[in-house]
Ligand binder design. Structure first.
Ligand code: FES
Ligand SMILES: [Fe+2]
Length: 347
């Protein structure tokens, strides 16, 4: 299985990248990241073009990297500027690959295709992240021992919440509510409303609901690697399903997935909510609730991956709730197919 290359992935939280060499693996490619003196982030394939020592095992010298084996040195454009013991530096002496990198929403994004094809305007943005009426908090980079498509399935699938997250995000009142799926370009939107029901545990903790609520789940999946879960609740019968969200509690749970290998994924998650805590420990308490929920997803998806890796030959049964994941996978397959070189005609 291969990956979509021509897209932006999150490589790190911005705070993780500083004046030191940080190795990361993304789409099976080993990459070294660092910050130059003017604060920009630089990323190279993490290999010296001489004898292949990872550049991350070398030293940062000003804005350049000096290889730890023979001292060959590359400036931040990737060009070789020093070969100890010889004056002539061939023009072809440069790093094997340099990546386009940009920072948005407190994260370092990397374009995994050719650097010249990258367009920073294509980086995903959530307007509420920057809105002073909303409050954003970064979570963790949660590691899954699973292919990121298994996580993607899960993030096009509101139905699992009633069964996997009973102590945090769901309750049994959602069990039999059908899911509605829509495709919009390269995104899939899966949603359902659960009307006149009890608040879910997380909103019992953070909301102030006296009785029943109307609650929603909208899962926006932006292929191949971003999921934004819009969920919230309003007092039952106050018009939320018709569009009146004036008196609601609403959270965007954001997932930025970065495939590491075919069986390992990092999920950079954060939450953005419409209630601003005076007490910042509220953000941490909410993050802790998500940590409980995502640990539940991790256990489920790693279980699925173990069986998937065992290469069973039977076909899985299809359910109505699978429409969202199927549509998302078709989009991802088409994106991958569009990146393949055209087949050569037989000679
Ligand atoms: S391996 Fe890097 S300089 Fe020799
Ligand atoms: Fe989940």
């Amino acid at each position: 299985m291969t990956f979509v290359k021509n897209t932006w992935y999150v490589a790190a939280w911005s705070l993780e990248i500083g004046r030191h060499l940080t190795p990361r693996t993304i789409l099976n490619e080993n990459i070294v990241l660092y910050r130059i003196e003017d604060e920009r982030v630089i990323a190279f394939l993490d290999v010296c073009p001489h004898r292949k020592l990872p550049l991350s095992q070398g030293r940062l010298k000003g804005d350049a990297i000096e290889c730890g084996y023979h001292g060959v040195t590359f400036d931040y454009s990737g060009q070789c500027i020093r070969i100890p013991g010889q004056d002539h530096i061939p023009y072809s002496a440069k790093v094997v690959k340099k990546y386009a990198v940009a920072e948005r929403m407190g994260m370092v994004w990397i374009w995994m295709g050719d650097e010249e094809d990258a367009n920073e305007d294509d980086i995903f943005d959530l307007p509420q992240y920057h809105d002073p009426n909303w409050s954003a908090a970064h979570g963790d980079a949660l590691e899954y021992d699973a292919h990121y498509m298994l996580l993607a399935d899960n993030l096009c699938d509101p139905a699992h919440v009633s069964f996997v997250h009973q102590s945090t995000l769901g309750n049994e009142e959602g069990e039999n509510i059908p899911v509605i799926t829509k495709k919009d370009g390269n995104s899939v939107i899966t949603h359902r409303w659960i009307l006149d029901s009890n608040p879910i545990p997380i909103f019992q903790k953070f909301g102030d609901f006296k009785g029943k609520v109307d609650r929603w789940h909208y899962y926006y999946y932006y292929a191949p690697n971003i999921a934004i879960i819009d969920f919230g609740s309003a007092d039952a019968g106050t018009g939320a399903p018709e569009g009146d969200r004036s008196n609601c509690i609403q959270i965007y749970a954001c997932h930025f997935m970065t495939p590491v290998t075919e069986t390992k994924t990092l999920d950079y998650w954060m939450h953005v909510k419409n209630f601003i805590p005076q007490d910042l420990t509220v953000n941490e308490k909410l993050s802790d609730q998500f940590r409980i929920a995502f640990a539940e997803d991790k256990e489920i998806l790693e279980g699925c991956q173990r069986e998937e890796s065992a290469s069973h030959t039977w076909r899985p049964i299809r359910l109505a709730i699978d429409k969202g994941p199927q549509r998302m996978r078709k989009i991802v397959d088409d994106l991958i197919a569009a990146e393949q070189p055209p087949e050569q005609p037989p000679e």
